[in-house]
Design a protein around this ligand. Sequence first.
Ligand code: TXA
Ligand code: MG
Length: 324
Amino acid sequence: MQALGTTLTASDEAISMAAEYLRDGRLVAFPTETVYGLGADARNDDAVARIFAAKDRPSFNPLIVHIADLAGAETLGAFNNLARSLAERFWPGPLSLVLPRLPGSGLSLLVSAGLDTVALRVPAHPLAQDLLARFGGPIAAPSANRAGEVSPTTAAHVADSLGDAPDLILDGGECTVGLESTVIDLCGARPAILRHGAVTREQLEKILGPIEDASVPDADQKPRSPGQIAKHYAPSIPLRIDVSDIRPNEAFVAFGEPPKGDATIVRNLSPSGDVVEAAARLFATLRELDRPEYAGIAVAPVPETGIGRAINDRLRRAAAAHKD
Ligand code: TXA
Ligand code: MG
């Protein structure tokens, strides 16, 4: 087994060790198809509290609970028929369902941060699946970055962001989706999207009919998802979106066409103009360009179609982070 500090290349042994660590109440960062998660036993208060401490995450912001399958999820949250249809269609996959939390779930109250609901997800990544199967219980796992930073899509991003806070980082290579899961709230009178992601609104509406977009709360409205008020997805240098004119010394992020004029440095999210490819590259690109020698990051327009909506959502938040 190859051990590099706390990072282990995924192997049979490494995954068994990770499951053992989780049973001992330790923190394990692991890959999912969306982004890397910082996992702990969701039933262990101390372990869950350590996640909040490691990320410096506000304690009012609840965590997503990962579970091996729908049958397991049904022991944690109250599924109605719609919830079951969504789970059957999109699990395993990048969709988190916010449901009423079952009284006998055994989950730490901390994962719900005081709410009577719980966000549940069955991840598709084979390594996450393997870890969940060997651990045999629910894993609470937010994205494995310090609060306010861009989510990690490689094991190296996790180490850069969290240092040695995870007891173990399982390295499973790059995440294929590259953006966090779609979060849908099924607790209200109407289903509401709390966060855009790889499962698109159009896909969800095929099953649910018209759904509310609660991903950007109105100024006078209380946010439906506590994560929406936390500062999010922010590089440390300024970021501009929908850019056609590059300013001096800005790093340029293209989509499709390369820029016309000169640019200090250019990265193209997808030369062929594919939003799925762009999503997979977005966070790694922002991390790479987030350097003090650039005046800022300028991003070309990305179409608001499919996962493009989730890309633009993350970019708008990153751009807004520098306005206040
Ligand atoms: O793709 C993902 O979802 C990744 C991977 C690791 O699964 N996880 C992730 O977790 O992005 P995190 O904690 O970074 O984001 C979870 C989002 C937050 O905005 C949080 O406020 C919201 O989900 N959330 C969690 N539980 C909730 C609940 N009970 N009600 C409303 N929103 C909830
Ligand atoms: Mg996060």
